[in-house]
Design a protein around this ligand. Structure first.
Ligand SMILES: [Zn+2]
Length: 252
């Protein structure tokens, strides 16, 4: 399993892309969140890392929540896959994995731009673009051959953190979250934890992560930081777009 960091910014970034990543395992790819402009987001990080992956080769998307800096790329991704991305039918609808409260409302966000009629057909539905797959929070889920566990965070809208296991290694993704010790304890099962930090009650102050045990801090990498984040305020490593986290195991 390898994880390519696509974006490290927050909702107000003028320097980066929205926080997102691309997981590769056994030749399959899982996109974690889908910020705008998704095709450029993918191109810049994959070029930097030497990968050759674009929206045509990503059949699974995990959507942690519906804030725009995590979901605004879905419209372009969906249009690309339905009409442009794959020339030979049958076109594979990308699987959209999200918790039920997110799946129930995602079409409310997308429909005003995507519910059009094409070639006289009926009005389009979410299912014309994506294959919606509810993520359960009480059991682990299979996503592209990976075992994915989800935990609801205290972010103001329904949001999940993730534990992604390839059979040997576990990768943790905090999702947007205020600091919550129980969430950190849950993520601590991972070999590497990508944790957000930002300002305000919806996010995790860096001081709370700085106060964690050093052995845990060493496994944390920071993401979703404000542009003006002071790197000297912490000894926890910051992620950059194009970084690759490598998890080597017997299965790849
Ligand atoms: Zn958010």
């Amino acid at each position: 399993m390898r994880v390519l960091i696509l974006g490290v910014g927050d909702a107000f970034t003028a320097r980066h892309f929205g926080t997102s990543a691309l997981v590769e395992h056994d030749g399959r790819h899982v996109l974690i969140d889908c910020p705008d402009p998704i095709h450029r987001v993918l191109r810049e990080a994959t070029l930097r890392a030497g990968w050759s992956t674009d929206a045509a080769s990503i059949d699974d998307i995990i959507l942690t929540h519906l804030h725009g800096d995590h979901s605004n790329g879905l419209e372009s991704f969906g249009f690309f896959r339905r009409f442009l991305g794959l020339s030979e039918p049958p076109r594979v609808r990308p699987r959209l994995h999200a918790a039920t409260p997110v799946l129930e409302r995602v079409w409310q966000k997308l429909a005003p731009a995507m519910d059009g009629r094409f070639a006289g057909a009926a009005a389009s539905r979410l299912e014309d673009y994506f294959d919606p797959r509810p993520l359960r929070t009480d059991v682990s889920n299979d996503v592209a051959g990976l075992r994915v566990e989800c935990r609801v965070t205290g972010h103001p809208v329904p949001t999940i953190g993730l534990l992604i296991n390839d059979g040997a290694w576990t990768f943790g993704w905090s999702g947007d979250t205020p600091f919550e010790q129980a969430h950190v304890d849950w993520l601590a099962r991972a070999d590497v934890i990508v944790h957000e930090s930002n300002r305000g009650p919806a996010h995790t102050p860096i001081e709370r992560l700085n106060a964690l045990d050093p052995s845990l801090r060493r496994r944390i990498r920071l993401i979703h930081l404000p542009d003006e984040f002071d790197e000297s305020s912490t000894d926890i490593g910051m992620l950059r777009q194009g970084d690759v986290l490598r998890f080597y195991s017997a299965t790849g």
